[in-house]
Design a binder for this molecule. Sequence first.
Ligand code: SF4
Length: 71
Amino acid sequence: MTFRKVWISEGCIACNLCQDLVPEIFEVPPGSTSRTKKGHEKLLERNPLLDERIQEAVDSCPVEVIHAEQK
Ligand code: SF4
């Protein structure tokens, strides 16, 4: 399993969980909702070891708005 793209759909409640789990990919700016960091696709290519934590974020998001596309 290798993810090539990660995104967040509407409905994030800014609980910060994804940022805590994978700070390389997710950021929750103060007063805003979660977003993926700019250039995260390149990081995914270079760091397949991130996949496990990304899957954990997908599975743990309380409102199930994190999506990840496999290669
Ligand atoms: S885990 Fe889900 S609800 Fe929490 S900050 Fe991330 S995207 Fe938003």
